[in-house]
Design a protein around this ligand. Structure first.
Ligand SMILES: *Cc1c(COP(=O)(O)O)cnc(C)c1O
Length: 386
């Protein structure tokens, strides 16, 4: 879909909106109707029914999501994992193989390492920063390469340009989980990716009140995902569509503020003597900085740090904070803080976890939209009490 609006800010408000406005309503109403009057459709997938992802609330989101990533098409799903699992199962079948980056979102890691092998689909991990090593992992049945724009929780950015190029050279479908940067900071389709995936639960919705997912990319591929999703049934309910639509309108203002605030906070942490390590691709000290700077227009609100004293000190630090809330998930207006070793990566073998650089005391912070100076003062008072 080529949008008539140029900038992402305008697209977030205008793209896909139904004109003329329904009964004059400026905000699109919720079409909470499971079925619609039969209109002569002659194809199962075109019958109007909530599970078939085709209510007005779905259509508007599909057009808006495609427009903001400069893609042809998009489809929303019941959660990020519904979008990711359905997309992988659309393009992989028994006997197929996929190459996948070695540091993955926990749910995706479990799905690929546990569920796919049970279906006869094999995988090999690749180091996303080392493209020279990928070719030797290729197999005759390799169909997909899967990466994440910013990895969790170490905030590493792989060689994203190389992965899209590698896919083209070897006739693979390239998929990227673009949840962490959000479409404001990075638009993978512009860099040659076939499919961009999102947990819309995070930045796209931004208000910590729904779970939702999306797949964005070439119309022909999205159509295949839509049919699979219609069968699996992982549909986003119209009321959740409405909330996601509402949340997305402020995506750009939120992200720009969060980019700026997180960069200041990361720099603050870098100057504190009790802080051993700060992981943030916006810092010049980050090994990912050069790659991130070339591709991203901002570095998101996600930071991780290590402080002196290990896990015990980290837990005390978190308990001393007044503003951040200790909870998993990310990308909302509230600053959230967690220890990945006890939440997102708790399922991993502790030895393996440490080997990939996730210490037991590593702290992950999702910067919200509170005042930057208030947050810095809060972090400072907590550090001073350790
Ligand atoms: C949260 C998350 C997911 C899963 O999304 P859900 O909406 O929780 O199903 C996938 N990838 C990344 C990077 C995430 O942060």
């Amino acid at each position: 879909m080529s949008s008539k609006y140029k900038s992402i800010e305008t697209k977030l408000i205008k793209a896909g909106e139904i004109e003329p406005k329904i009964l004059g309503a400026v905000s699109l109403p919720v079409f909470q109707s499971s079925t619609f009057v039969y209109g002569g459709e002659d194809n199962y997938h075109d019958v109007r029914y909530i599970r078939l992802n085709n209510t007005p609330n779905h259509h508007v989101l599909h057009e808006k999501l495609a427009a903001i990533e400069n893609a042809e098409a998009a489809i929303v799903a019941a959660s990020g994992m519904a979008a990711i699992s359905t997309t992988l199962l659309t393009f992989l079948e028994k006997g197929d193989h996929l190459l996948v980056q070695d540091t993955l979102y926990g749910g995706t890691h479990d799905f690929i390492t546990k569920d796919l092998p049970a279906l006869g689909i094999s995988y090999d991990f690749i180091d996303p920063a080392n493209p020279q090593q990928w070719a030797k992992k290729l197999k005759p049945d390799t169909k997909v390469i899967y990466v994440e724009s910013i990895s969790n929780p170490l905030m590493q950015v792989g060689d994203l340009k190389a992965a899209a190029k590698f896919a083209k050279e070897h006739n693979l479908i390239s998929m990227i989980d673009n949840t962490f940067p959000s479409p404001v900071n990075f638009r993978p389709i512009e860099h040659g990716y076939d499919l961009s995936l999102h947990s819309c639960t995070k930045y796209l919705n931004g208000h910590t009140d729904i779970v939702a997912g999306a797949a964005i990319g070439k119309a022909e591929l999205v159509e295949k995902i839509r049919k699979k999703l219609n069968h699996f049934g992982g549909t986003l309910d119209p009321h959740a569509c409405f909330l996601l639509h509402r949340g997305m309108k402020t995506l750009s203002v939120r992200i720009k503020y969060q980019n700026e605030s997180a960069l200041k906070i990361a720099k603050f942490f870098e100057q504190q003597s009790g802080v051993i390590k700060v992981n943030y691709p916006g810092l010049e000290s980050s090994p990912s900085h050069k790659r991130a700077k070339e591709l991203f227009s901002g570095y998101s609100g996600m930071i991780s740090i290590e402080i002196e004293g290990g896990k015990e000190a980290s837990e005390k630090f978190i308990s001393l904070l007044a503003i951040p809330i200790c909870a998993p998930s990310l990308g909302g207006v509230e600053t959230l803080i967690t220890l990945p070793s006890t939440t997102s990566h708790a399922g991993m073998d502790p030895e393996e976890r440490r080997k990939i650089g996730i210490s037991d005391g590593l702290i992950r912070i999702s910067i919200g939209i509170e005042d930057t100076e208030d947050l810095i003062a809060d972090f400072k008072q907590a550090l001073s009490k350790l």
